[in-house]
Design a binder for this molecule. Structure first.
Ligand SMILES: C[S@@+](CC[C@H](N)C(=O)[O-])C[C@H]1O[C@@H](n2cnc3c(N)ncnc32)[C@H](O)[C@@H]1O
Length: 301
C-alpha cells in the first residue's frame, strides 16, 4: 500500500477530532458566505481527509451536492462512515489524485480545500486542476494554517511536580528532527508556505481574490471545553503520537537521530505525559495550547 498521510502525520481519529475546533459551528455561516456558496450548488473538496469540511458545508445551504477526493483510503473509509452516521446523503467520496482530477472541465460551482495546498507535493499543479474543473464564474477557496507545527507554550506553565516535561521537550525536538528527515512524505510538509497561497491564486489567473482569517485554539486546560472533550483529546494525542512514532521506528533510519535508550525513554515519557495530563484535567494548571491562525483565500474562475 502506498505510504499515506494517515500513517506518517495524523491518525484519522485525531484529524477528525481537531477539525471540530478548527471549523466551529459559530464560524460556518461566515465561512460559507466568504466561499460564495449558495443553495443548490455543486462543490468539490480536494484532499478531503475524513470529509469534515464537506460535512460541515453540507449543513450550511439547502440542496448542496458535494464530492470529496483524497489519495488516502483510510481517511476516505472514515469519511464514508461519518457521513452515514450523520444521515447525510448528498456527499460522495472518490479515491483520486488532485494532480489529475477525474472530472470533466467546468464540472463544479465551487472547489474547496482545507489544509491541503500546504500539504501536497505539487500545489501549483493541484490548483490548476481545481481551476480546470470549476465552472467559469465559480469559486475556489483554500484554508491553510500559517504554521504546520503545533504551538506549545514555554516552560513555566507546568506545575513544579511535573517531572517529565524538561526531558520530554528535549526528546520531542530530536524526534521531530527524525520525523522531518526520514519522513517518506517529507515533500508534503515542505510543500508551500500558506503566505504564498494568494500569489498562487494570482498566478493561476483567478479573479476577485479575497482573504479571510480563521483562528483556532485548543487547550487541555481550557475550562470552556467539556471534561469528556479534554479527556478524549489527551487520549487521541497520545495514541496519535505513539502510533506515528512506531511507524517511523519501523522505517529504520532512526539510529542517526536517537539512541535505543532514548527510544525506550520517549515511549515511557508519552505514557507519563498522558497520565499527568489526565490527573490535572480539572485544575487548569497546564497551559499547553495547540493553536494557530488559518487563512482562507477565495478567488473566482
Ligand atoms: C492535512 S491533511 C487534510 C485533510 C482534510 N482536508 C482536513 O483538513 O481534515 C492533507 C490531505 O491531503 C491529501 N493529499 C495530499 N496530496 C494529495 C494528492 N495529490 N491528491 C489527493 N489527496 C492528497 C492527504 O492524503 C491528506 O488527506
Amino acid at each position: 500500500m502506498a505510504k499515506c498521510w494517515s500513517e506518517y502525520f495524523q491518525l484519522p481519529e485525531l484529524l477528525e477530532y481537531s477539525r471540530r475546533y478548527m471549523l466551529t459551528q459559530e464560524m460556518r455561516e461566515l465561512i460559507t458566505t466568504h466561499m460564495l456558496i449558495h443553495d443548490g450548488e455543486t462543490i468539490l473538496e480536494v484532499g478531503c481527509g475524513t470529509g469534515y469540511l464537506s460535512r460541515y458545508l453540507s449543513h450550511s445551504r439547502k440542496n448542496l451536492s458535494l464530492t470529496g477526493i483524497d489519495l488516502d483510503q483510510k481517511f476516505l473509509s472514515m469519511a464514508e462512515q461519518f457521513t452515514k452516521q450523520e444521515g447525510l446523503h448528498n456527499i460522495s467520496y472518490i479515491q483520486a489524485n488532485a494532480n489529475a482530477l477525474p472530472f470533466a472541465a467546468h464540472s463544479f460551482d465551487h472547489v474547496v480545500s482545507h489544509t491541503f495546498l500546504t500539504s501536497t507535493q505539487t500545489p501549483l499543479l493541484a490548483l490548476s486542476e481545481m481551476h480546470r474543473v470549476v465552472k467559469p464564474g465559480g469559486s475556489i477557496s483554500s484554508i491553510t494554517p500559517m504554521s504546520i507545527m503545533p504551538t506549545v507554550l514555554e516552560e513555566g506553565c507546568y506545575p513544579p511536580d511535573c517531572s517529565y516535561i524538561t526531558r520530554y521537550k528535549i526528546l520531542f525536538e530530536k524526534v521531530w528532527q527524525m520525523y522531518e528527515r526520514i519522513n517518506p512524505l517529507a515533500d508534503y510538509i515542505n510543500a508551500v508556505d500558506s503566505g504564498k497561497v494568494p500569489q498562487m491564486f494570482v498566478r493561476e489567473g483567478l479573479k476577485e481574490i479575497s482573504l479571510f482569517p480563521i483562528g483556532y485554539a485548543f487547550s487541555f486546560s481550557d475550562a470552556s471545553y467539556s471534561r469528556a472533550a479534554r479527556e478524549q483529546y489527551i487520549d487521541l494525542c497520545y495514541q496519535d503520537e505513539a502510533k506515528k512514532f512506531e511507524h517511523f521506528i519501523a522505517l529504520g533510519g532512526w539510529k542517526k537521530f536517537l539512541t535505543s535508550e532514548e527510544v525506550r525513554e520517549y515511549r515511557q515519557l508519552l505514557q507519563e505525559k498522558k497520565a499527568y495530563l489526565q490527573q490535572h484535567l480539572d485544575d487548569n494548571s497546564i497551559f499547553e495550547w495547540n493553536g494557530r491562525a488559518n487563512i482562507m483565500v477565495t478567488g473566482r474562475a
